[in-house]
Design a protein around this ligand. Structure first.
Ligand code: SF4
Length: 908
């Protein structure tokens, strides 16, 4: 290195994806590229990153960014756009009242953004119509915490997973959704022999470390945990002293819990009596037990009861607030917790103060010096968009989220957005499914450009720091809202000039008349000043002024935040999950009942939400490049579906076409569909189109785990795979799915047209995908045996596209084909070889990518395993192939492949 050149500045910041909240060291280089590494000093990850965090540098490109404000689709200055937003919101409020406007915000916002949005809506507009996409993520945990503890507190910390003897994971695919926490748990299991129980309808990657997997019927968790509570009481595992002195309501909860005999629990859960009894015994005899739960618990019409059924078991045993013990909700989003803290949900006031508490309202209004204060809860996400749809909401501001994809009953959401008189969207992307509905677009600063704080699942506040200049005219979300507030006549209350000033005000509010009455207290940080804010190290709350030492856990002292200071048992009667609204069944063919499968939706390892950011990374796309549905082999047989077929799922008010993955990972009678694909990446893959929008009555969180779908084979006349150096145009075929690749783009296609002789499809398809390049040279080949046709497109010597068309799903080596793009091929034989679609003799077809970091495919890993006759470790596979040696996110998949190979070897 040239010693005369200064070292690039390293900036400590926080990953913008999941609720683990990993510390990241970002180093922007002079050539415009970015280096990203895990922060070894951050207490959430100690230097680890998962595949998504590792690929962050690939997602900061400015392609596709929203660079300037737009009004009615035309570029506009900030003043013009902000004046219009302020005027339209003010006009709606003047004409129709404060309840006629709403904000729909996001767990991607920083706490400072959230604080300003909440203050503007609840204190100055005077409505509580501010809700967040975190409603879809963990609202049931919030409601369950408040019912049990009197406040929304996660009692424990990540160390508890490392100090427990038993970790129960309920509705949590930790390996894919919170990978670094999974790695911490795996490491602890290796060293101390932690037992792991996974309770999940699917055999997910997390099961790679499970000693026991209970493949529970979707929606039956309450029955299982009610049975556990009854077992704890019957087996003498109850901490009678703790229950008597520190809790109320145990009798009523036990009466309800005892109503279900074991045989009935087995029937409802679909589990064997022995499996249930084994789990109950293990829980009862293990003092150090942590129960981790996530979206599989929360995203349910019984979500809040599920949370309380779990908490009841920890209260009964007194296993809460102590090392290695406690219920532990892990949040999906990077700042879902921060949003809960400032009051970014429609049923909260601010800083863990309550809308329904007149003294809290008085305190907050006086602190804000606001002209009014919301005194009733606002509309929660699903209801909010229904209110947009029926005309009650006249002006809507959406920030940092994509509800036109992510909400259930998404067709109705889109219709509502289309009909809304005034929609503002603040986003970093120009083209999302939601920006299409905006009257005003405001460019927001992205990760790396914005500055503030986030709070992770263990209540740890970390800084997100700016290390890149804003793209175009992008500005912080808080700045946009403050400017609108000023234009609405509230200049004095929104006069901040930096995020540190906002944080100071928020921290002061948390300490207001607190004195230990509220758990959330950041008062020690209120006066720290800008320099200390800039340097702020990750810190867990509470951070009370005058207090000494950190507080890792709550409730060890047995004091809760209820009026009597005791925790509350909550009776949780089992209820059948709601799937479809009944009317949707009417008029369907008589076979529907036999063909209706339970729809479970969720996340995959390498994508985030609606792919607006992770969809930019070829490395991440290489893992699973098209929408897929996991279907049990029995159900596939009944529906006439074979592996790699396309299937149509018909649900509440729409249909999805996805690739069938026939597997025993899902229970008979259910299917799993990822939630990520939007109209930008696939022809029809919106999971939200299949879901009815039923919500939990307490939390308002929508059911995303228990829909009902009919599954049919998509009777394709032809299938195709296309790879192109340039981004293809959307082809208008019945099915397509697109993803970026290292050297270009990849696309899967299919058509229902049976008379569309596939031999003629290729040239027309090339023209549709990459129109208007007449000078290109097209080489074609027809495989008479299979009927497959192949086309290679050259620009001079350079290969710019390859298209394979067949009557069955195309079986070429995609990694090999994608690798050829952009290369030069001079002579005839060389050119013909590219049409083979796979590597030459003696060269291994890498197969679908398993390790995104090191680019290692399934076949390469299987080959390494076979070389050791199935008897090897993940580390040995890593040494042979490189797979699993960087971020480690693929290690569970490699472990599962080794286990499967060992099984085959033994059987053989
Ligand atoms: Fe980011 Fe992965 Fe850490 Fe989650 S686990 S915060 S996605 S690096």
């Amino acid at each position: 290195m040239d010693a005369s050149k200064p070292e690039p500045a390293r900036v400590r910041t926080t990953c913008p994806y999941c609720g683990v909240g990993c510390g990241v060291i970002a180093t922007p280089r002079a050539d415009g590229t970015l280096a990203v590494a895990g922060d070894p000093e951050h207490p959430a990850n100690f230097g680890r990153l998962c595949s998504k965090g590792t690929a962050l540098a690939e997602t900061v490109s400015r392609d596709g960014r929203l660079l300037h404000p737009e009004v009615a689709g035309e570029p506009a200055g900030w003043d013009t756009a902000l004046d219009l937003v302020a005027r339209r919101f003010s006009d709606a409020i003047a004409e129709h009242g404060p309840e006629s406007v709403a904000f729909y915000v996001s767990g991607q916002l920083l706490s400072e953004d959230y604080y300003v949005a909440n203050k503007l809506m609840k204190g100055f507009i005077g409505s509580a119509n501010i809700d967040t996409n975190s409603r879809l993520c963990m609202a049931s945990s919030v409601a369950g915490h408040k019912r049990a503890f009197g406040t929304d507190t996660v009692p424990g910390c990540y160390e508890d997973l490392e100090e427990a003897d038993l970790v129960v994971l309920v509705g949590s695919n930790l390996a894919w959704c919170h990978p670094v926490l999974f790695q911490r748990l795996s490491a602890a299991r290796d060293t101390r022999g932690t037992k792991v129980v996974v309770i999940d309808p699917r055999r997910t990657a997390t099961c790679a470390i499970a000693d026991r997997h209970l493949a529970i019927a979707g929606g039956s968790d309450v029955a299982l945990f009610n049975g556990l509570l009854a077992h704890l009481a019957a087996s003498g595992a109850v901490d009678a002293d703790f229950v008597a002195r520190r809790t109320t309501g145990v009798r009523a909860a036990l009466d309800v819990a005892s109503a279900l005999p074991l045989a009935e629990i087995a029937r409802l859960t679909g589990l064997g009596v022995d499996a249930i009894a084994g789990f109950y015994d293990e829980f009862a005899r293990t003092p150090r037990v942590v129960t981790v739960y996530s979206q599989g618990v929360n995203q349910s019409t019984a979500g809040t009861d599920k949370v309380n059924a779990i908490i009841n078991c920890h209260l009964a045993t007194g296993r809460i607030g102590k090392p290695g013990m406690g219920p532990f909700s892990v949040t999906g989003q990077p700042n879902a917790m921060g949003g809960r803290e400032v009051g970014g949900l429609a049923n909260m006031l601010a800083a863990h103060m309550e809308i329904g508490d007149s003294e809290h309202r008085r305190l907050v209004q006086a602190f804000w010096r606001s002209p009014r204060i919301a005194d009733t809860p606002g509309l929660k996400a699903v209801d909010l968009f229904r209110a947009v749809g029926d005309g009650r909401i006249k002006a809507l501001w959406i920030m940092g989220t994509n509800p036109a994809v992510s909400l259930p009953d998404v067709g109705a959401v889109r219709a509502a957005l289309a009909a809304c008189p005034f929609v503002v969207v603040s986003d970093v992307e120009r083209h999302t499914d939601t920006t299409a509905y905006a009257h005003v677009l405001l460019p927001s600063a992205s990760w790396g450009e914005k500055d503030g704080t986030v709070t992770n699942s263990e209540r740890r506040i970390s800084r997100q720091r700016a290390f890149l200049p804003p793209a175009g005219e992008a500005r912080a979300d808080w700045w946009q809202m403050a400017e609108v507030a000023r234009r609405m006549g509230h200049a004095e209350a929104f006069a901040w000039t930096s995020s540190s000033q906002i944080f100071a005000e928020y921290a002061e509010l948390t300490g207001l008349a607190n004195g230990g009455a509220r758990d959330l207290d950041l008062s020690a940080l209120a006066d720290m000043g800008t320099n200390a804010y800039q340097a702020l190290a990750p810190v867990q709350w509470p951070v009370r002024a005058g207090a000494t030492g950190p507080v890792k856990r709550f409730f060890a002292d047995g004091r809760f935040y209820t009026p009597d200071g005791r925790a509350r048992f909550v009776p949780t009667p089992y209820r059948e999950p709601q799937t479809l609204a009944q009317p949707e069944r009417g008029g369907e063919p008589g076979t529907l009942a036999q063909r209706t499968l339970v729809l479970n939706t969720g996340r995959i390892r390498d994508q985030w939400h609606t792919m607006t950011r992770t969809g930019r990374s070829a490395r991440l796309a290489s893992h699973l490049a098209e929408p897929f549905v996991e279907i049990n082999a029995h159900d596939a047989l009944v529906a006439g579906v074979a592996a790699a077929d396309l299937v149509t799922l018909t649900g509440h008010a729409g249909r999805v076409v996805a690739r069938a993955v026939v597997t025993d990972r899902v229970r008979r009678g259910s299917v799993f569909l990822p939630m990520h694909w939007s109209d930008r990446f696939a022809s029809s893959a919106l999971a939200g189109a299949l879901l009815a929008g039923n919500v939990d009555a307490v939390s308002g969180q929508p059911e995303l785990k228990h829909g009902a779908v009919r599954v049919e084979r998509f009777a394709a006349g032809w299938y195709a795979f296309a790879a192109g150096y340039d981004k293809p145009a959307a082809p208008g075929t019945d099915y397509w799915a697109m993803a970026c690749a290292e050297r270009g783009w990849r696309m899967e296609l299919a058509s229902l047209a049976s008379d569309d002789g596939h031999a003629d499809v290729g040239p027309a398809l090339v023209e549709r995908l990459w129109p208007g390049t007449p000078e290109r040279e097209v080489l074609s080949y027809i495989d008479r045996a299979s009927g497959e046709t192949r086309y290679a497109v050259f620009d001079g010597e350079r290969l710019v596209a390859l298209v394979f068309v067949g009557r069955s799903p195309v079986a070429c080596d995609r990694a090999h084909v994608l690798n050829l793009l952009g290369q030069g091929f001079g002579c005839g034989p060389e050119r013909l070889r590219v049409l083979a679609g796979r590597a030459g003799a003696g060269q291994l077809d890498a197969g679908p990518t398993v390790c995104a970091c090191m680019g290692v495919g399934r076949n390469q890993i299987l080959s390494a395993i076979a070389a050791r006759r199935g008897h090897c470790t993940v580390d040995q596979v890593g040494a042979a192939t490189g797979a699993g040696t960087n971020c480690g996110s693929c290690r569970p998949e490699i472990g599962a492949m080794i286990a499967a190979a060992a099984c085959v070897e033994e059987v053989g």
